[in-house]
Design a protein around this ligand. Structure first.
Ligand code: AMP
Length: 120
């Protein structure tokens, strides 16, 4: 089961941040990095991560600076604009085992480029 209580520096996103693994970079600034998801669930599927190490949304919302939180939220809409998602998109953040989180480094998914299946 995923551990979101303690940061694991060997997770894949930590390796991407250290350039130990390749990524198709979409956007980067001081606080965040966005790259294409390796297993896309929509025509456009981008993962947005913080450069700072947070295990999960819980860790991020509790411990991130206001600057980092603002940069992530504003960054997501900048990225959506860059990707021409003017017809709309979905933002997903899976938290913990029941939430379907697999990689224990905070990330948001941006999904779009088509009419998305709707459950909620
Ligand atoms: P989550 O289930 O919310 O933890 O999502 C993790 C996401 O990371 C999945 O959508 C994976 O396809 C994606 N992923 C895993 N490894 C890589 C990688 N090396 N490059 C890009 N995306 C990845």
């Amino acid at each position: 089961m995923i551990n979101i209580e303690e940061y694991d520096s060997q997770n894949v996103f930590a390796k991407i941040l250290r350039n130990e693994l390749p990524s198709n970079k979409i956007f980067e600034n001081e606080e965040i990095l966005a790259f294409s998801d390796i297993n896309p669930q929509a025509s456009v599927h981008v993962v947005v991560i913080t450069k700072e190490k947070f295990c999960s949304f819980n860790d991020f919302s509790k411990n991130a600076s206001d600057k980092c939180i603002t940069s992530l939220i504003r960054g997501i809409s900048k990225i959506a604009k860059k990707l021409n998602l003017s017809k709309g998109y979905r933002i997903v953040c899976n938290v913990g085992h029941y939430g379907g989180q697999v990689v224990p480094h905070l990330h948001f998914h941006i999904l779009g480029g088509e009419r998305l299946w709707q459950k909620l």
